[in-house]
Design a protein around this ligand. Structure first.
Ligand code: SAM
Length: 292
């Protein structure tokens, strides 16, 4: 077994050998604690039949742990300067391929068809670049990829919003967007001290396991999410006021909105944050008749 890339001394050696300087704009905070990486990999429950998609391998700290436990690892890295470093650090692992691409622009479905056709199970595992965590997660969910789920490190505050329960301060449209597709759970908090450079925010690892079907059945997904976003428009406002202010022509359609709320048995004075995803679905179905 090779010495872990993620130890502080080995990381320092690699960075010095290549004269690598961190780019803050690319969210480059590398992990230097192998135990944390082992735990992340444990949460992903990989087997020799699993293919892994990693976003942002950096110098390969997590990639190598994944390569030791999975059948194949495909890692998307945006920073060209890291490619020769990865070719060096990951040279012992023949089951890794690095793709030099912005994950937000990548056709991940095509990459899966071409490179992961021979695996039985696909997981996304990553220490995400924090400036784009939400767009990355939402892209991977809305692309409806054939993945089992994701185990990803991100800002603690964002993880809490994604895994929130109704009636809490963290519960909002991001919660619904993520939980519509997945079962979400924060599985580990991570201190700032295990990264170089140290980030300015606390971190957490979230596990998102894809539901077989979305959490609720709705006639029109776009309209459902429009209703959800409108309901959280201003957190202190009642659901009625938010829907009137934030749905198209909402003010003119007050009566219809009241009728939909009544039909869905939702008190118009409630706040959006108290509605369960099932209640949002019923409400959106009632409203759809008036807004489609
Ligand atoms: N996996 C490494 C680790 O845990 O030490 C590095 C994680 S670092 C938080 C994020 C990585 O994502 C960096 O290597 C950065 O260059 C890369 N990155 C940033 N934006 C990206 C994007 N849009 N697509 C792919 N990779 C990106």
């Amino acid at each position: 077994m090779y010495k872990d890339i993620a130890t502080p001394t080995r990381t320092k050696e690699i960075l010095a050998k290549y004269g690598f300087s961190f780019k803050k704009s690319l969210g480059q905070n590398f992990l230097i604690e192998p135990n944390i990486l082992h735990r992340i990999v444990d949460f992903a429950e990989l087997s020799e039949r699993t293919g892994v998609i990693e976003i942002g391998p950096g110098i390969g700290a997590l990639t190598e742990q994944l390569a030791r436990r999975a059948k194949k690892v495909i890692a998307f890295e945006i920073d060209q300067r890291l490619l020769p470093i990865l070719a060096d650090t990951l040279s012992p692992y023949s089951n890794v391929s690095v793709i030099h691409q912005d994950i937000l622009k990548a056709d991940v479905q095509q990459v899966i068809s071409e490179q992961l056709a021979d695996v039985e199970d696909i997981m996304v595992v990553a220490n995400l670049p924090y400036y784009v965590t939400t767009p990355i997660i939402m892209k991977l969910l809305t692309d409806r990829l054939p993945i089992r789920g994701m185990v990803v490190m991100l800002q603690k505050e964002v993880a809490e919003r994604m895994a929130a329960k109704p009636g809490t301060k963290d519960y909002g449209s991001l919660t619904i967007a993520v939980q519509y597709y997945t079962h979400a759970e924060t599985v580990m908090n991570v201190p700032r001290t295990v990264f170089v450079p140290k980030p300015n925010v606390d971190s957490a690892v979230i596990r998102l396991l894809k539901r077989e079907q979305p959490a609720v059945a709705v006639s029109n997904e776009d309209f459902f999410f429009t209703v959800v976003r409108a309901s959280f428009g201003q957190r202190r406002k009642t659901i009625l006021n938010n829907l009137m202010s934030h749905l198209p022509n909402g003010k003119q359609k007050k009566e219809q909105i009241e009728k939909a709320l009544e039909g869905a048995r939702i008190d118009p004075k409630r706040r959006g944050e108290t509605l369960t995803i099932a209640e949002f679905a019923i409400l959106s179905e009632r409203l759809y008749d008036f807004f489609s």
